[in-house]
Write a protein that binds this ligand. Structure first.
Ligand code: SF4
Length: 156
């Protein structure tokens, strides 16, 4: 099979849980075959915006209430746990760290975890905690996109 990337290409930013790190809110991982190959090839740059923003693992599940990640960046929506705690600042901090990490390495593409309030792109949970999806992006995905980085998700 042909190599996915050429030598000298910038790394691909990936959600750490897709690379097998047990950093998900419930302490699990989401290993993904494509990301695993990038890691094996030394082409993956791992970030976990929720841990990087200061949240521990495990941590309470959270959803975006009042919009999606773009709305959070604009101050029109918040990230809230099921118990009602506002964790918006931690999500924003983690998103900024991911962007900084990406910029330093010249990243142009990211493969992030589908449906996450941080990493999801295309659809996220709607803030009702009923596992209902809405169109939109997570906070980190939105910030990366706003800065010209192509974001796609895993296929799970
Ligand atoms: S989806 Fe993103 S924030 Fe959530 S565990 Fe994976 S890397 Fe961390």
């Amino acid at each position: 099979m042909a190599p996915m990337t050429q030598e000298g290409d910038p790394p691909i930013l990936v959600s750490a849980c897709l690379a097998g790190r047990a950093c998900r809110f419930d302490g699990a991982a989401n290993p993904d075959d494509e990301v695993g190959r990038l890691v094996a090839d030394g082409r993956a740059l791992l970030v976990c915006p929720e841990e990087d923003g200061g949240l521990g693992t495990p941590r309470p599940p959270a959803e975006i209430v009042g919009g999606d990640g773009h709305d959070v960046l604009d101050g029109r929506a918040r990230v809230v746990t099921h118990a009602g705690d506002d964790v918006t600042d931690a999500y924003l901090a983690g998103a900024r760290i991911a962007l900084q990490t990406a910029r330093r390495a010249g990243v142009r593409t990211a493969i992030l975890k589908v449906r996450s309030p941080s990493c999801g792109a295309g659809c996220v949970y709607d803030g009702s905690f009923t596992r209902t999806l809405r169109t939109g992006d997570g906070v980190t995905a939105a910030l990366l996109q706003a800065n010209g980085i192509e974001v796609r998700t895993d296929s799970s």
